[in-house]
Design a protein around this ligand. Structure first.
Ligand SMILES: [Zn+2]
Length: 111
């Protein structure tokens, strides 16, 4: 992978990390327990609980992705970024652009 491409991926990953950090802050707020005293109707309260579940699920997956992206940045620093951990071949840049945190190439992922 060329230096240009590495810098490009760094910028891409840092951008996603920033976005995720912002949405995690929001989701943390949105998954706080719903006050029982809240002056909501019964149905609205059910909806609020349903939404809280969705927010919690999104929070969990956002946190997991954040960790994978931070690890990707570490791999860039250590020079192992973009290599498939299974076959040690370079992961095609198209896949990395779509999934910057990818650890394995498509061929290995399909096995
Ligand atoms: Zn592979």
């Amino acid at each position: 992978m060329t230096g240009n491409k590495i810098n490009e991926m760094k910028t891409l990953i840092s951008g996603i990390i920033e976005e995720l950090t912002r949405s995690i802050t929001y989701l943390k707020e949105a998954s706080k327990p719903i006050e029982p005293s809240c002056a909501l109707g019964r149905l609205t309260r059910m909806e609020a609980i349903g939404e809280k579940c969705v927010n919690e699920a999104m929070l969990a997956s956002s946190k997991a992705r954040l960790i994978r992206l931070e690890n990707a940045l570490k791999r860039i620093e250590s020079g192992t970024y973009g290599l498939c951990i299974k076959c040690k071949q370079e992961i095609p840049s198209g896949r990395l652009s779509a999934v910057p945190e990818a650890l394995i190439c498509v061929a290995c992922a399909e096995q």
